[in-house]
Design a protein around this ligand. Structure first.
Ligand code: KIV
Ligand code: ZN
Length: 386
């Protein structure tokens, strides 16, 4: 069966940069944009041009620097926003205006003090204006995760008729369960008459830790663009993590999906974003966390040393990591200890390893992790006695 491409829309430089304290300057943004392009992302959301002169400049400079990927600029469904976004995107080879408005009754009432009818009109006007300025227009129906599905379908139909090439269905508050988000996308695909004229996009936030699951569920229902950030950074609990959705799609060929991402660049990209934004990656983060390829308990280490696939479904080189790590702790067993001694150049027999293991446990109970220097001390003592 032919595989369908899922377009990867990276919003590290826009939604990701909304993390408090992670503001980037133009130079840093250009550097990251070039790396994102090399990673293989299809669309780079470079910023929100009307929000500040600095953001305008960043979008403009990224538009000049990027030659293959589409460059997107965010705007509200407001004339001035859209015109300024188009201006900033002028140098781009493939410019995209990403415009939109709140779609849930909550947003319509509290943010806009408006009505569904008025929101529909504003959405259509915004898309028409944007389409007069650039050929590629993405519409976002903010808070679609909590929006009435019939209204969402009506809005989707109207913005596609107005010229939207992509319709983004954001779960802005990270509220949906995966099956609910999947049903939303499926409903739109089955009920919006002109749906084949646009791509549906997943933009999921992680407030309940479901952003990745929801994005994959959306793609399973037929969405063909996923919006995500490196390391899952973004507003509040963050956005969908790029490395997670890409590796899920790679590891599950039965989904019949693929992306353009060069997965061997994932870890270097994650580290670069972490350093540039001065934001640490949690050690247990899937795919790119420091512990993603570390084995610490004796049972796991023994299995892993016999055959890596017993405890690893991704090999480190697939994501650009050097090697897996055997971490020596009080939970480690003899096989891991013997393996580490061997790597350090010591060849002890079984009885010697048994004896060393008792000494090792005493150190391990005192320290969180036993290091090579600790092992060398006990190994050299043992050799001196032999
Ligand atoms: O989360 C959201 O709804 C957004 C839109 C602006 C696309 O970031
Ligand atoms: Zn968002």
């Amino acid at each position: 069966m032919a595989q369908d491409k899922v377009f990867i829309f990276d919003t590290t430089l826009r939604d990701g940069e909304q993390v408090p304290g992670c503001k980037l300057n133009t130079e840093e943004k250009i550097k990251l944009a070039l790396k994102l392009e090399a990673l293989g992302v299809d669309i780079i959301e470079a910023g929100f041009p009307i929000s500040s002169p600095g953001d305008f400049k960043s979008v403009e400079e990224i538009s000049k620097a990027i030659k293959n990927a589409t460059v997107a600029g965010l705007s509200r469904a407001v004339q001035k926003d859209i015109e300024v976004a188009a201006e900033a995107l002028k140098p781009a080879v493939r410019p995209r205006i990403h415009t939109g408005i709140g779609a849930s009754d909550n947003h319509i009432k509290y943010k806009f003090n408006s009505t569904r009818e008025n929101i529909l009109e504003r959405a259509v006007a915004a898309v028409k204006l944007a389409r007069n300025l650039v050929p590629d227009v993405e519409f976002y129906a903010e808070d679609a995760g909590r929006a009435d599905i019939q209204f969402l379908a009506q809005l989707t139909e109207a913005v596609i008729a107005a010229g939207a090439t992509v319709v983004n269905i954001p779960d802005t508050t990270g509220f949906c369960l995966p099956h609910q988000y999947q049903e939303k996308i499926a409903y739109l695909i089955n009920n919006v008459p002109n749906i084949d004229k646009a791509i549906l996009s997943c933009h999921c936030h992680n407030d309940l830790g479901l952003a990745t699951a929801n994005s994959i569920a959306g793609a399973m229902a037929g969405a063909r663009q996923i919006e995500c950030t490196i390391n899952g950074i973004g507003e509040r609990a963050g956005n969908t993590s790029l490395e997670e959705v890409v590796m899920i799609i790679k590891k599950h060929p039965e989904l019949n999906l693929y992306t353009n991402i060069d997965t061997t660049k994932l870890l270097p990209m994650s580290r670069l974003v972490s350093e540039t934004m001065r934001m640490v990656v949690q050690p247990n983060k899937a795919v790119v966390g420091d512990n993603a390829f570390s084995h610490s308990s004796g049972i796991h280490q023994d299995g892993f040393l016999k055959e890596a696939s017993t405890y690893e479904i991704i090999s480190p080189d697939e994501v650009g990591a050097d090697t897996s790590r055997i971490v020596l702790t009080a939970r480690s067993g003899r096989s891991a200890l013997a393996y580490r001694f061997k790597n350090l150049g010591y060849n002890f027999d079984r009885n010697q390893v048994d004896e060393l293991y008792q000494q090792f446990l005493r150190i391990a109970d005192e320290k969180k992790e036993v290091e090579d220097a600790d092992l060398i001390v006990i190994a050299d003592k043992m050799k001196a006695l032999a």
